[in-house]
Design a protein around this ligand. Structure first.
Ligand code: CA
Length: 550
């Protein structure tokens, strides 16, 4: 699934050949009863390649739910590998599976197993031994594996930004866990238990997630939400792993409106309800979990024509402000070099402080991260592009811009611009440089070099007129900016103008480039002339032939 990671795995296989009997024994020694200790503990525990999870992103989002009771059945290394890569692994293009605008990535993922606790090492997709012994009693619930998610304050000084990262990580864990028919839940209670592992003082426990097989198997029924002014949620083609690998962060967009189905999918992913009904718990789950289960966010979106509020329960939007407010929104944030006024659909989740108290602030940032993660993944599934801005400089101004000045209890936590990728307009190639001898002898071949740069990097074709009646019509394609050499011989003496223009693969043409060349009379040309002259006078010709004076 991932060439880079596969390459690493090949290395890991080579490295672990020496300990292969140990590794083999590790797998075999895992019994159905997860409490049995694995006897041999490796300092570096290589993970097998992630499984290819054949479920589209939207269905994974719809199956997201919390499980708190597990059977004794163990979780395979393949399943663990799959979940950890989606949680915090390295993507095909070298990014993280989640997105942090400042690139601080301050989370450490501890993997607690019956034989030992490991740290997940994204760089080589392996587990690194942290502490031997069984620490599965830490945190809530009984399960064969637990993830301890810890904020590293040396990597990111703002705990709330760290919590947003953890919110994203937990979403991806949920999605793969539920898709693999495993179960998990994010718990924020008793996380201080993780100090028992002896974690360093710069690390603070935030979340523990048990992982195992659910005691009650999943039982869902497809049951879409009623018709509204937004189209129903549909499945796209990408799986979670494909959406993670295809997610691209951009700073600029083509300012063309999104379609209503695109707007619908994005709002749903941000904070909506599943199109699956859970027959075990008799409820419809949300696209993300909420701290203390209260869902205190209100999600707004702005486009070229207005500002809209999303209603999750009816999956609909209501117009709040008429007219383009994107410039006003831009004035209330620090966008750096992000041109958010070109974004077609700007999503802004607001925390309702009347509902979500400040004592749970970390969990609201977690929830904000989960919202962002869902939007970024759905953006990739729709072949759109997004970015994230945390730096809101004028909260009151932002409320005013989107028409909610009367609700100071609404606190914006992030701005998520979305749109179609900006495509650079085509520019014609530059006027070709013409290089070669500007004087020489008629009858002798000389090499002339043509070079035109296309700023889009398009291949170029050359149209050359030599000035003596000969032409080269659209010779090519040639790579932009590389020399194209061609020989030419002027048969007759004289001064000629070489002209050349370039055309790119889109048909855009440059102006003409010019080079003047002078070919003085030379022996060959003179001889040609003289032979013609002699033909007119046979006696003279015979005389010259005898004398061989030419
Ligand atoms: Ca071009």
């Amino acid at each position: 699934m991932n060439k880079k990671i596969l390459g690493v795995f090949v290395c890991m296989i080579l490295i672990t050949t020496a300990v292969l009997p140990v590794a083999g024994k590790l797998n075999k020694s895992k019994s159905k009863d997860f409490v049995e200790n694995i006897k041999i503990i490796l300092d570096e525990y290589p993970l097998p390649p992630p499984l290819s999870v054949d479920m589209v992103l939207e269905e994974s989002i719809c199956r997201r739910m919390s499980v708190r009771s597990f059977t004794g059945e163990s979780v395979s290394d393949e399943e663990l590998s799959t979940i950890l890569w989606a949680a915090y692994g390295i993507t095909e293009n070298g990014n993280r599976s989640i997105f942090n605008p400042d690139g601080t990535y301050s989370t450490i993922v501890y993997v607690i197993r019956s034989e030992a606790t490991y740290k997940y090492v994204p760089e080589n997709h392996s587990l690194s031994l942290f502490k031997s012994g069984n620490y599965l009693h830490l945190g809530q619930y009984t399960s064969p594996i637990k993830f301890g998610l810890v904020w590293d304050m040396n990597a990111e000084s703002d705990e709330l930004i760290g919590m947003a990262d953890i919110g994203m990580i937990c979403q991806n864990i949920y999605f793969d866990v539920n898709a693999l028919d495993l179960g998990t839940v994010t718990t924020g209670m008793y996380v201080e238990d993780l100090y028992e592992l002896g974690i360093p003082s710069n690390e603070k426990p935030e979340i523990i997630m048990p992982l195992g097989h659910p005691s009650s198997p999943y039982d869902f029924t497809y049951d879409p939400l009623p018709e509204s002014n937004l189209p129903q949620v549909v499945d796209n083609a990408l799986s979670l792993a494909e959406a993670i690998n295809n997610r691209l962060i951009v700073n600029n967009w083509d300012d063309i409106p999104l379609s209503l189905p695109e707007e619908s999918q994005l709002m749903w992913s941000s904070y909506g309800y599943s199109y699956l009904y859970d027959n075990v718990n008799n409820k419809r789950h949300r696209t993300l979990p909420s701290g203390i289960g209260i869902y205190p966010f209100k999600v707004f979106a702005a486009n070229h024509s207005g500002v809209y509020q999303y209603s999750p329960s009816t999956h609909s939007i209501t117009e709040i402000v008429q007219g383009d407010q994107r410039e006003e929104i831009n004035n209330c944030i620090d966008p750096n070099d992000i041109i958010i006024t070109s974004a077609s659909w700007i999503i802004i989740p607001f925390l309702d402080a009347n509902l979500g108290g400040s004592q749970y602030q970390r969990f609201w940032y977690y929830e904000n991260g989960a919202i962002i993660n869902n939007v970024l993944l759905e953006t990739a599934a729709l072949n759109l592009r997004a970015n994230v801005i945390y730096d809101i400089t004028d909260e009151a101004g932002l409320r005013s811009a989107i028409g909610i000045s009367s609700q100071p209890n609404l606190i914006p936590l992030s701005v998520i611009p979305v749109g179609n990728p900006f495509t650079t307009p085509n520019t014609p190639p530059e006027i070709p440089d013409i290089d070669g001898p500007t004087s020489g002898s008629a009858g002798t071949a000389y090499t002339y070099t043509f070079n035109s740069v296309d700023s889009n990097g398009d291949d170029v074709y050359y149209n050359i007129t030599w000035g003596d009646g000969y032409v080269e019509i659209w010779d090519g394609p040639h790579t932009s900016g590389t020399d194209f050499d061609i020989d030419h011989t002027y048969a007759n003496q004289g001064t000629y103008t070489i002209e050349a223009k370039a055309k790119d693969t889109n048909g855009a043409e440059s102006d003409w480039g010019i080079l003047e060349v002078t070919m003085p009379r030379n022996k060959v040309a003179f001889n040609s002339w003289f032979l013609c002259f002699l033909e007119q006078f046979p006696l003279l010709e015979r005389l010259f032939n005898l004398l061989k004076i030419y």
